[in-house]
Write a protein that binds this ligand. Structure first.
Ligand code: AMP
Length: 188
């Protein structure tokens, strides 16, 4: 089993690259954002509980996302591996995820580095197309702050475990994908 975490701030291109990696390496793409949006669309118990938090750009509670991820992994034990997109976002989530893997298949972390200016431009552009409730000016600013405060500390957590690879996340989708492929080939 080969597992990857695609890491980076909102707008870094995690979803786009995760999709491409998923297709090329036959890994199951698990996006907590997409899974949560489905819960909201279906107005499930979880969906009703999380919709206001998501619309503000704040983080949903660890226990909810940890449970969703655990269920997805247990349901899909036969796959070649997973690519996690938008998860983990806190130290608690990272510790929880590590518990689900053995040392040999513990996920590699590929971090997409993009300047703040470029992130804001990309998110604003996306807001015109995505129809996502959380792609508006106020929420974009909050999501970037939430990333800095709650998610960025994970970079040290993974660097200390020698699992972090940072990649230039600026350029064309294909250029960035090639950089990611190079790193994946080195580690596979
Ligand atoms: P994303 O599509 O990854 O940008 O996620 C959209 C929203 O879903 C985030 O702004 C959070 O409100 C929520 N969310 C997604 N993943 C997580 C997570 N791992 N932990 C907490 N909240 C999350």
């Amino acid at each position: 089993m080969f597992n990857i975490i695609i890491f980076g701030p909102p707008g870094a291109g995690k979803g786009t690259q995760a999709q491409k990696i998923s297709e090329s390496y036959d890994l199951m793409h698990l996006s907590t954002g997409a899974l949560l949006r489905k819960e909201v669309a279906n107005q499930t118990k979880i969906g009703i509980e999380v919709q206001a938090v998501m619309a503000n750009g704040d983080l949903v509670s660890n226990n909810i996302v940890d449970e969703i991820i655990k269920n997805e992994i247990n349901k899909n034990g036969q796959v070649a591996g997973f690519i996690f997109d938008g998860y983990p976002r806190t130290i608690q989530q990272a510790k929880q995820l590590d518990k689900l893997f053995t040392a040999e298949n513990i996920p590699l972390v590929l971090n997409l580095e993009v300047s703040d200016e470029e992130l804001i431009n990309r998110l604003k552009l996306r807001s015109q197309e995505s129809g996502r409730a959380d792609d508006n000016d106020v929420t974009i600013a909050n999501r970037l702050q939430v990333y800095t405060k709650q998610t960025q500390p994970l970079l040290n957590f993974y660097a200390n475990k020698n699992r972090l690879i940072s990649i230039d996340g600026q350029g064309s989708i294909e250029e960035i994908f090639k950089r990611l492929q190079k790193q994946i080939k080195n580690r596979q």
